[in-house]
Design a binder for this molecule. Structure first.
Ligand code: PMP
Ligand code: GLN
Length: 404
């Protein structure tokens, strides 16, 4: 008889208590549902067209020319130099490419590196909710606590925070303030007054700011992205994070970066080198080519997405939702209650593929206090116009109350 395999006597949940409750990300669940049901995936934010040919060709050339081994820990110099040129060209920010720039495995790893590298057990991080889902998980992995400040939808479609709530969220344990503009999932771009309030709170309380600006170039007419690092007194306390994924339609390449004062970048780099160490050697010079593309590329990227946003917003209005028109990003949030009076966004998103062949994301997963996002659902517009128009037709059935 074959010996029975040894069994684990420890019956505890093998998942660390720090990650209890985090489960599978909603993006994995909903993209799998889209594939399984053959639905149009307006859930996970990824474009369905390729980025600029110059960028794609540069990656192919790099592979053909032997850029296939580990790049240096901080990233290939050609990319770090292109990042510094980009920060100067668009924002007038100066960085030393050797000590103040770090290339990462997407913005996701830049966030993880910054949080794991700078937080101690028991520290608090002030966050704005809703927020990108990795923030809470990384704060938990660092043994710290997220202290949420609520962003509330306004009649103009923007979301706003109450400055007094922000001030009240800061305690002696607060170590970091985590900002995201342009904002996922609301599509709001922080305005100069809001940025000044955040900067004042950071300076008054001597806090470090980590700012996630991956949608910096996906801003629609009427709004302007201002990096918080450009405000007086902020460059010395801010880590700015971005990524090539959104700007060059290369979300699968996972080339991200951070810029900031050398001691902050060094802290993040210490954690990062034990996460992936490095990644994406041939994609790094390709993203460098992208960052140096002329202004016309960036203008067209935003203009093209603005047209897609308009198609999606029109479709969501017609479907009967209350739509919060975004100023930027791939995303539009709706209040589903006019269509689904019960207002359970999670149940709605799980049923939507069967009801009309469309996948969306329940915003509840972006909240520390899920009740605030129960009735909200996010749709992505980064798809071809024919795909968006097909989705519009499918969603129209919801308003008509058509049997499905
Ligand atoms: N931050 C925000 C706000 C995002 O929406 C995303 C997802 N694209 C990321 C970070 C992660 O970016 P990356 O794919 O470069 O890791
Ligand atoms: N950032 C994208 C979104 O919010 C995708 C994120 C992911 O798949 N982890 O949809």
């Amino acid at each position: 008889m074959p010996a029975s395999p040894p069994t684990l006597r420890d019956r505890r949940d093998p998942l660390t208590s720090r990650l209890r409750g985090f489960g599978t990300t909603i993006f994995a669940e909903m993209s799998a549902l889209a594939v399984a049901t053959g639905s149009i995936n307006l859930g996970q934010g990824f474009p369905d067209t390729d980025g600029p040919p110059e960028v794609l060709d540069a990656a192919v050339d790099a592979i053909r020319n032997g850029v296939n081994q580990y790049p240096p820990g901080p990233g290939l110099p050609v990319l770090r130099e292109a990042i510094t040129r980009h920060q100067r060209r668009f924002y007038g920010l100066e960085h030393d490419p050797d000590t103040e720039v770090l290339v990462t495995a997407g913005a996701t790893e830049a966030l993880a590196g910054a949080l794991l590298g700078m937080l101690d057990d028991g520290d608090e991080v002030v966050v704005f909710e809703p927020m990108y889902d990795s923030y809470q998980a990384c704060i938990a992995m660092a043994g710290a606590t997220a202290v949420p400040v609520l962003l509330r939808p306004q009649p103009d479609g923007r979301y706003r925070f109450d400055p007094d709530e922000l001030r009240a969220a800061v305690s002696p344990r607060t170590r970091l303030l985590l900002v995201n503009t342009p904002h996922n999932p609301t599509g709001t771009v922080l305005d100069p007054d809001e940025l000044a309030t955040i900067a004042e709170v950071a300076i008054d309380n001597d806090l470090t700011v980590v700012t996630d600006e991956v949608y910096e170039h996906l801003v629609f007419p009427g709004a302007t992205h201002i990096p918080i690092a450009t405000l007086p007194g902020m460059a010395e306390r801010t880590v700015t994070i971005s990524s090539g994924g959104k700007t060059f339609n290369t979300t699968g390449w996972k080339i991200g970066w951070m810029c900031g004062p050398a001691p902050l970048v060094a802290a993040a780099r210490t954690a990062k080198q034990y996460l992936t160490f490095v990644n994406g050697a041939p994609f790094q010079p390709a993203i460098a080519v992208g960052l140096d593309l002329p202004d016309a590329y960036y203008d067209e990227l935003a203009a093209d997405l603005a047209t897609k946003r308009d198609h999606l917003v029109t479709a969501l209005d017609a479907a009967g939702f209350t739509t919060y028109r975004p100023q930027a990003t791939y995303f539009t949030t709706v209040d589903i209650r006019p269509v689904e009076p019960d207002g359970d966004g999670v149940a709605f998103c799980r049923q939507l593929p069967e009801r009309c062949g469309v996948v969306a994301i329940p915003n509840q997963v972006f909240y520390a206090r899920p009740e605030h996002g129960r009735h909200l659902v996010r749709f992505a517009c980064c798809k071809r116009l024919d795909v968006l128009d097909e989705a519009a037709g499918r969603l129209a059935g919801l308003a008509a109350g058509a049997p499905t």
